[in-house]
Design a binder for this molecule. Structure first.
Ligand code: WQD
Length: 339
């Protein structure tokens, strides 16, 4: 069965392509290479021994999207990762985010509506919850006004899919709300490749340990948490990738309870920034050079998932730990810096 993965050379996309191939799916990747490289395609092939079909395509070009689908009418499902995802950049350049994350979704859904099989998995984010009133966070937690245009594009994206599923019973959609994806494939053939100065915690940790960054700044230790630093649900990217395959199979096998479903994907465990640092130091055997700095605007105090629905309805649960993820991130950082 042929599955289209947009953004399939990205961080989560590439790991999902590996898991799809492990399950015997034929994978077609579309990526515009704006935030990835052809090395990732080599990495996927090195892991599975099967080179996915790849087409470099800018999904903002509607006619090119139409041409692509005209030659791939046998697509059985789409996993849609392609989007810009830097929170800070989205604040500075909102129209780039609305054009790249929303227009492209509309074009893809229009083409999907013409296919025999209309199965759609959407890459969403726990960022839609903002600072949730109750922890752990369930899928019924209210979606709050977005703190950034990036977060808003995820909220709007979910609403577009929900509304389209309402009027098209043939279309089956699942939105997967990720908590904090971290780590890399255990083979160190693929992993996270942040461009420029990493905004996210774990790549900043590994680059600091590698000597690429002088020192990690911990953004605030005066939060109302156990050790004063923010709490997040750090999920290993391989566990996250496997969840996409389970969600896709749910739709292919008609196990969905309605034609639009939402699942939180996390470990269910919250870890503070200092606990994440301690985990890294333990698995790497290295002291990390960090200091306590001012809070970062827009950070929520704490967010971690209630995993009951993912475990009991979707039938998926995480198997890997924070230490596993940190060890894989460190192995990956060492691998890419050796080149
Ligand atoms: C985690 C914690 C920081 C860097 C964002 C997006 C979310 C998703 C994942 C795309 C926070 C602290 C970080 C640093 C630090 N992105 N930190 N020093 O902000 O929870 O989520 O990335 O889908 O949508 O919102 O992740 O890794 O940036 O931060 O102290 O140099 O680490 O304050 O508490 P975040 P993060």
């Amino acid at each position: 069965m042929k599955i289209l993965v947009t953004g399939g050379l990205g961080f989560i996309g590439s790991h999902t392509v590996v898991e799809l191939q492990n399950e015997g799916f034929e994978v077609v990747i579309i990526d515009d290479l704006s935030n990835s490289s052809m090395d990732v395609l080599e990495g996927i092939t090195a892991i599975t021994g099967v080179k996915p079909h790849f087409e470099q395509l800018d999904l903002k070009d509607r006619s090119k999207v139409e041409d692509f689908f005209a030659t791939h009418k046998d697509i059985a499902g789409i996993i849609h990762f392609a989007a810009s995802k830097a929170v800070g950049e989205s604040v500075q350049n909102p129209l780039k985010y609305y054009e790249n994350n929303i227009n492209t979704l509309v074009y893809i859904l229009k083409e999907l509506g013409k296919l025999q099989q209309q199965n759609f998995i959407f890459s969403s984010s726990c960022t839609v919850y903002g600072q949730a009133d109750e922890l752990p966070i369930t899928e019924n937690a209210p979606v709050k006004p977005a703190e950034s245009p990036y977060g808003n594009t995820k909220q709007i994206g979910e609403e577009i899919i929900r509304d389209t599923c309402k009027v098209n019973p043939e279309l089956k959609g699942i939105a997967l709300r990720y908590f904090n994806p971290i780590g890399a494939h255990p083979t160190a053939e693929i992993g996270e490749l942040p461009k420029g100065v990493p905004q996210n915690l774990v790549p900043f940790i590994t680059q600091t340990a590698m000597g690429l960054r002088e020192q990690l700044s911990v953004f605030g230790d005066d939060y109302p948490t156990e050790d004063g630093t923010c709490v997040r649900d750090y999920i290993h990217v391989v566990d996250l990738a496997k969840a996409h395959v389970v969600a896709l199979q749910r739709l292919l096998q008609g196990k969905n309870k309605s034609n639009y479903e939402v699942f939180n994907l996390g470990t269910g465990k919250g870890s503070s920034v200092l606990e994440a640092i301690q985990s890294f130091e333990k698995v790497s055997g290295q002291q990390l050079n960090y200091k306590i700095a001012d809070r970062r605007a827009g950070d929520v105090i704490a967010a971690y998932a209630d995993t009951d629905k993912a475990n009991d309805v979707l039938g998926w649960r995480t198997e890997l730990t924070l230490d596993d993820a940190m060890a894989s991130a460190w192995k990956w950082e060492q691998k890419i810096r050796r080149k």
